[in-house]
Ligand binder design. Sequence first.
Ligand code: ADP
Length: 172
Amino acid sequence: MTSHARHSSAAFYPGSFDPMTNGHVDIVRRALRVFDRVIVAVARNSSKKPMFSMEERRDLVEAIFADEPRVEVAFFETLTVQAALSHGASVILRGLRGVSDFEYEFQLATMNKTLEPRIETLFLMTEKQNFYVSSKLVREVASLGGDVSELVPPLVHRALIERLGPPEDTTA
Ligand code: ADP
């Protein structure tokens, strides 16, 4: 057996993706340089009040990565570690912005390691231009008529305008 012989590697990237931002896209694209496949997994979480339905979020992610067959989109409602295993992934991928993300992510990763020691959580640090980008901020700013075109892919920007109407012209 050569040292190159191995199974295809997959990273399971869980989140709400309500909606997908440039921060998420960057994490997926960079993960594709390390893994053969990236599964973007939209969590079914009834406790959050979403802006986009699960299906809309999935459709947006699929459209954003239409040119990238190595990206799959899935839904999950089980434990993240179980969902990752069921997709053949041994790595959970998460993005980190500042220290504000760290505490919560550390808790999650520790819990997931306790639940399923075969799965590792891997973090990619955000690119500096996405440091302040979050789905929550995008939703809030867009809802108030602010322009978020720099923060999300063009397809998402269009979906936000369809949902909320065009951003207000602040230059007038
Ligand atoms: P959750 O509700 O689980 O936080 P999100 O959809 O907000 O789900 O985020 C999913 C993952 O993407 C998380 O690991 C989060 O830290 C990461 N992420 C979100 N925004 C960014 C960003 N701007 N840069 C890097 N990673 C990000």
